[in-house]
Design a protein around this ligand. Structure first.
Ligand code: ZN
Length: 169
């Protein structure tokens, strides 16, 4: 499966509102499969279709175990077509976010800690589930991408937006 190139930077194409998926065809399945491979190749925990240049309402999320970080929050792969959510938690919690489209930038963002997700699978069947904590955060981040919103728009304190540069650069 081909790895697709992730669009980097605050580009105009990342600011578009993506269109609902209406055709559950082989092209959609290919796009989703490529997005999963791309997310894993980039060591991401989520990827939205507009990040690979497809303005369609499709996201993939996954947080695999990391050997060196035993308490790393883990959730299984989900491929969500036309995802939306409603809040189940009355309040939001702050957490640090990054984005494959904004490499090395990190900042604090408020997100609902518990949400109910409504979506479709790749065959168009309805999907409904509850997500909490890190998984809920990632879903909210990825759904934002479908509406042209980047996490940097939402940082609770812009002075806390940080760029981490590896030492060997
Ligand atoms: Zn992102």
């Amino acid at each position: 499966m081909p790895i697709r190139k992730v669009i980097i930077g605050d580009q105009a194409s990342l600011r578009q509102v993506s269109s609902p998926v209406t055709e559950f065809n082989p092209e959609l399945k290919q796009l989703a499969a490529d997005m999963v491979d791309t997310m894993r190749d980039y060591d991401g925990v989520g990827l939205a279709a507009p990040q690979v240049g497809a303005l369609q309402r499709l996201i993939v999320i996954e947080s695999a175990p990391i050997e060196d970080i035993p308490d790393n929050p883990v959730f299984p792969l989900k491929i969500l077509v036309n995802p939306s959510y409603e809040q189940l938690s009355p309040t939001q919690a702050e957490g640090i976010e990054g984005c494959l489209s904004l490499p090395r930038w990190y900042g604090p963002v408020n997100r609902f800690t518990k949400i109910r997700v409504t979506a479709q699978d790749l065959d168009g069947n309805p999907v409904k589930f509850d997500a909490k904590d890190f998984e809920a955060r990632v879903i909210q981040h990825e759904v934002d991408h479908l509406n042209g919103v980047l996490f940097t728009d939402l940082v609770t304190d812009p002075t806390k937006l940080r760029k981490r540069v590896p030492r060997d650069e």
